[in-house]
Design a protein around this ligand. Structure first.
Ligand SMILES: [Zn+2]
Length: 177
């Protein structure tokens, strides 16, 4: 039997029965939520960054800005928390009730001395989730920004990635961007 989203549209790829999709089908499909966002003139965008949370801990951080309320419900269900936007690599946003200017934030933590293979595997996971998310954005994958903080922690990046920085590792990895 074909799996359908709440709006009645079918889940396109039957192999995509991941945890994400199992939860996402309780909400309208990407095309319908994209239409809602476009109708509300939303410029929904995702920001992917690295943050150093303490001397020993870092995290990939995904922040979704300008999401319509209907997408917010899905994001909350997928483990995103309402937050103020992060300012830079050392200044994460803080939890907040969602209002204008707020973002939906999810962190993928790891210890900075963990093996590079683990960091790359985590990055792949993040990349996959970003790809799924961008289907809900009116501008699609063009609305995904990498390392857009004004101040970057080059030292941490060169320690973590053989390629020297997150974008290069991201684009060199197997999954489509
Ligand atoms: Zn639909």
């Amino acid at each position: 039997m074909q799996t359908r989203y709440r709006c009645g549209h079918a889940l396109e790829h039957s192999q995509d029965h991941t945890d994400w999709h199992l939860a996402a089908v309780s909400y309208p499909c990407p095309a319908c939520l994209r239409a809602v966002a476009a109708g509300q003139q939303k410029q929904t965008a995702a920001y992917v960054n690295l943050q150093q949370l303490s001397p020993a801990m870092a995290a990939f951080v995904l922040e979704v800005a300008d999401a319509p309320a209907a997408l917010g419900e899905l994001l909350a269900q997928q483990g995103y928390a309402s937050s103020t936007p992060s300012r830079d690599e050392c200044t994460p946003g803080y939890p907040e009730r969602l209002e204008t200017g707020a973002v939906w934030r999810k962190e993928f933590h790891f210890a900075v001395d963990i093996s590079p293979g683990f960091v790359l595997a985590l990055m792949e996971m993040l990349k996959h989730e970003t790809m799924l998310l961008s289907a809900y954005f009116p501008a699609g994958s063009k609305a995904v920004a990498f390392m857009a903080f004004p101040q970057r922690n080059r030292e941490l990046e060169s320690e973590l990635f053989e390629h020297g920085c997150l974008e290069k590792a991201w684009h060199a990895s197997a999954l489509p961007a």
